[in-house]
Design a protein around this ligand. Structure first.
Ligand code: ZN
Ligand code: ZN
Length: 353
């Protein structure tokens, strides 16, 4: 329906924000998409037929996807042409763009409107359509991946791009000494899933392992399709648990069970691998590998195990470090994590209350 005006209606409001604030944030959220596609949106007048029906709900609300109280699922939307967008009324909604001060309503609304417009989740951790809530500053909307997707979906050419909007991107480069941490929670459990492993390196590649398929991203551009893991990493097995590119040796390590695979650029399995890792208390199936303080750390059960690259072993003569000792504020129940462009990303399971 390009070039037509789509109409939305707001049925109730976020108690904490009030009706006027909720309405203006919804307007901004629609604006995020209208800026990059030939789409127009406006609030419906009384009695008009609407394309999007927005409401705040609690618990069971007759669509088969009950909300779960504070935390966990924040909102959900239905793909076209249903147009229903529901927000969990019990969440701590905010209009502020700071971590730890509630969920930014405009960002979650934009994500849900993306779904209502037909967008699936993105595998790009910087995108708005990534299935986990994360703080994005308003001047960074829309991220590149989302722009490309809405343009492709609504068949607009790049020449339609607006001239009045300038996005400033704050980049943390791999060379930056200081690393920042981010904790993220599942924003929507209807279509979200976890990948086995996500990792990237200073070589501008990001690898996403999804059982036996690898999705690669090179300098922001995704492969048109997933590749069999054995094509990308000859000798690897399906369902690898963690991976990392060593910034020092540029070698790629994949972990599964108590074994490690090591690849030399361009992704050739080193002889003698996979190797078994021995030692008392070595973690079975680490959930993630992180690079910090010149070492690889394997994460399992809220503990960090130091992995020595030079002699391929866990450090088992010292007790493992607690995750929140190394990264204060990060909860112990991290489901997966990765280091990408100098930032550590931590993902937790949604709270079930
Ligand atoms: Zn619902
Ligand atoms: Zn979603």
């Amino acid at each position: 329906r390009p070039n037509s005006t789509l109409k939305w209606t707001l049925n109730n409001e976020a108690p904490k924000l009030g009706k006027d604030k909720t309405r203006s944030l919804i307007q901004e959220a629609f604006g995020d998409w209208a800026r990059y596609a030939p789409l127009k949106f406006r609030e419906a007048e009384a009695g008009e037929k609407t394309d999007f029906s927005i409401s705040f709900q609690t618990g069971e609300h007759d669509d088969g996807y009950p909300f779960d109280g504070s935390g966990g699922t924040l909102a959900h939307a239905f793909f076209p042409t249903d147009g229903k967008v529901h927000f969990d009324a019990t969440e701590d909604w905010t209009d502020k763009y700071v971590d730890g001060a509630g969920y930014n309503f405009r960002l979650v609304a934009s994500h849900q409107i993306g779904h209502a417009l037909g967008l699936p989740h993105s595998r790009d951790p910087k995108s708005l359509m990534f299935p986990f809530y994360q703080l994005i500053q308003p001047q960074d909307l829309l991220p590149k991946d989302d722009r490309a997707f809405i343009r492709a979906l609504y068949a607009t050419s790049a020449t339609n791009k607006p001239t009045t909007f300038r996005a400033t991107t704050v980049k943390t480069t791999a060379a930056t000494k200081k690393t920042t941490t981010q904790t993220q929670t599942l924003s929507d459990d209807r279509c979200a899933r976890f990948f086995d492993a996500v990792f990237g390196g200073s070589d501008n590649w990001l690898y996403t392992l999804d059982y036996d398929i690898v999705w690669r991203n090179y300098q922001g551009q995704w492969d048109p399709q997933g590749l069999p893991i054995t094509d990308v990493f000859p000798g690897a097995e399906p369902h690898m648990m963690a991976g990392i590119v060593s910034p020092v040796t540029k070698k790629i390590y994949l972990f599964k069970g108590r074994r490690v695979w090591r690849f030399s650029p361009p992704n050739t399995l080193d002889s003698g691998f996979p190797k078994h890792l021995f030692g008392t208390g070595t973690p079975f199936n680490p959930v993630a590998a992180l690079y910090e303080k010149k070492h690889i750390w394997l994460l399992k059960g809220g503990l960090l195990f130091k992995f020595h690259e030079d002699d391929i072993r866990y450090e088992d003569d010292k007790p493992p470090k607690r995750l929140n000792e190394q990264f204060p504020g990060v909860p112990a129940d991290v489901r997966t994590a990765f280091t990408y462009e100098g930032k550590h990303y931590f993902f937790t399971e949604p709270d079930r209350k």
